[in-house]
Design a protein around this ligand. Structure first.
Ligand code: PGA
Length: 255
């Protein structure tokens, strides 16, 4: 069976949700809670990653007692160092021991005006620093999945076969993110099949690339995606902030 991946994208959360003295302490606590909650889940083909906000990365890596989880970032810049106020580089993440980075998320494409060109440079830079990019692609409107395919081409076209196959693709239709209107499994499987064909056209082996679904995944609907062989895991936003619910999702993908 192909390896599966479940990723928690905490976005700009959690902060001051518990009695912890600071938002960063909250992040460490949530990381520990999730790690404990998935302790008993068996499935050696499954990898679980949490992506806290940048400010919490260092403390989560150094203070949380993580034996079942890897840590990823939600974004980074492509240059190694220099005049780029407010950014952190892939190299800095690498030095911190981070293994994954989410890139091209639709919220950044929209709010930070990230273009396909910027996303492509970031993906390349991540790979050069031994980070696994979680490349997000997805259309704004239902039935316009050609947008996701175009985004994929733009992001992967200058990569080597080996680099393409190290990249994880998260298909996240924008209309399904945070709305509760999760895409049907058939819809996702169709688009993912097209994304795999696009990888083939670009010189990679589409079957080798891990393809995740993201968009209102929760413990109630996760089994629909987990039972489809085209889908290799999930990128989970809101439901990854609750350790029990996230662990239920992980357990479903571990089966
Ligand atoms: P959601 O977010 O699960 O809250 O819809 C997914 C994402 O944006 O990655």
């Amino acid at each position: 069976m192909k390896k599966r991946l479940v990723i928690g994208n905490w976005k700009m959360n959690p902060i001051f949700v518990s009695d912890a003295p600071s938002g960063v302490e909250d992040m460490v606590s949530l990381a520990d809670e999730i790690d404990d909650a998935i302790e008993e889940i068996e499935g050696n083909q499954l990898k679980v990653v949490i992506c806290p906000p940048t400010i919490g990365l260092q403390q989560v890596v150094s203070e949380a007692d993580l034996t079942n989880l890897a840590v990823g970032a939600q974004n980074a810049w492509m240059g190694d160092e220099g005049a780029m106020t407010g950014e952190v580089s892939m190299r800095m993440l690498e030095e911190l021991g981070i293994n994954y980075v989410i890139l091209g998320h639709s919220e950044r494409r929209k709010n930070q005006n990230e273009t396909d060109e910027i996303v492509a440079k970031k993906v390349k830079s991540a790979l050069e620093h031994d980070l696994i990019p979680i490349l997000c692609v997805g259309e704004q409107e239902k039935d316009k999945s050609e947008v996701a395919i175009h985004q994929l081409k733009k992001a992967l076209q200058d990569l080597s076969t080996e680099q393409i196959e190290r990249t994880v693709i998260a298909y996240e239709p924008v209309w399904a993110i945070g709305t509760g209107d999760n895409a049907s499994t058939d819809y996702v499987a169709d688009v993912v099949a097209s994304l795999r064909r696009t990888v083939d056209e670009l010189g990679g082996n589409g079957k080798q690339v891990l393809m995740l679904y993201g968009g209102s995944v929760n413990a109630q609907n996760a089994s629909e995606y987990a039972s489809n062989t085209q889908i290799n895991g999930a990128l989970v936003g809101g439901a990854s902030l609750n350790a029990d619910e996230f662990a239920r999702i992980v357990a479903i993908f571990a089966k």
